[in-house]
Design a protein. Sequence first.
Length: 107
Amino acid sequence: MTEIPAIFAALNRARMRDLLVGGYASVVHGVPRTTLDVDRALDPDERNVERALRSLRGIGLLGEPERVDEILARGGVTARNDRSVDLLTSLPRSRGPERASPSTPTT
């Protein structure tokens, strides 16, 4: 079984540009949440994605597809064995809070 610390160590050694997102990010920020996968949002630079894939291959996690251009076109890939790691290269845009319209001045 691939242990979670080994996944984080491999990705950190790759020195890629990314953000931790999803369940583990919630836990880091103090919100308890049960999760079985790791979610990382990657800078979509081709070399950056390749570094991430190579680091995960090194610990036995394989992505399908493996070609970087296909991964970028799909917006990410899940690398897996007994664990899964979602490498996201595109994130949905958040609408954010609704903006209040300016009030009309009264005279």
